[in-house]
Write a protein that binds this ligand. Sequence first.
Ligand code: SF4
Length: 341
Amino acid sequence: MSEPHLHTKSLCDHVINVATGCRHGCEFCYVPTTPAIDSRDEMLAEQANVDDPQTDWGSYLLYRDDLPERLDNILDERDPSERKQTERGRGVVMLSSGTDCYQDRRTAQITRGAVAELITHDIPIRILTRSPAVTRDIDLFQAAGNRITVGSSIPSFDATLVRAMEPNAPPPMTRWQALDELQQAGVSVFVSMSPTYPTMDEDDFHELLSYFRALGEVVIFHEPINPRGANFQQCLNAAKQAGYDDVVTELQQMQDSHQYWVEYALNQLNTVQQVATRFDGLEVHSWPDDELVRSTSGQLRSKLKAMQQAVSPESFSGKQTGTSPEQSKLAHETDSLGHLI
Ligand code: SF4
């Protein structure tokens, strides 16, 4: 289990990746730039004939078949009280952040074994996948009760645009249908609206949030797209190839002007929060980027920081909610950037 900084997004304290590589090959994916891939070029060349782990991203996948057994040993040997547990990460283990843990039968099989071990050791779990195949493990999720939440990334229901950005991932509506099936089976679900595209407006967010509201009890995370390095250029190229000239223009302007991106990101965060108020009880947990916070000042900066520090309204403990009254207040205070922009 690795210990990434995903507690800062109130997602988890630990991550288990069931494979190295990911066939979905999302253009915006940051994983190939991380040490988990970047430092393994020799191993990838030897075992999967990978020339360049970054440019070949999406074409290779190395399975960790022995993961459930190794996990069992590790969990048996380690003192649970020494396991990392932060206020926002809550000791949760997430599968997976560096690959899709249900992208095919073999990853699904490894995932099932790993999840079963985590349940046996009473460890809270978050599953994040774009694959509807996740529904095959409903029985397992039901056994875990409130100790597990299962979610999917759905940035938009524009299937053509999503396909351009996430070339091999299943269409967004099939992800929603999987979440619907899970929710109806009594499994806690969440959605990651990430990364939302610059051309999306109030109507697009209204449509997205109405679908998410239709899921019933659901936790929503939101993050606008952030321009960084080679991945951003790849998004731009993919939008160009798919004929989305309006998206290309917006991405180009963001790439050329830091201030343009700041204004876009603030507006999207605010628009989503505003639209969410139309749906009774629908709470959106926003993820403002660190660079965005650094680019602001005064009350606006304080609000963005409060957004970052809020704990997601999820329960992993079997109690009503994992959020304390102070945290709820903090989260409530973040519900609009309004006149501060
Ligand atoms: S599904 Fe996740 S890990 Fe896989 S390519 Fe897309 S963003 Fe990267």
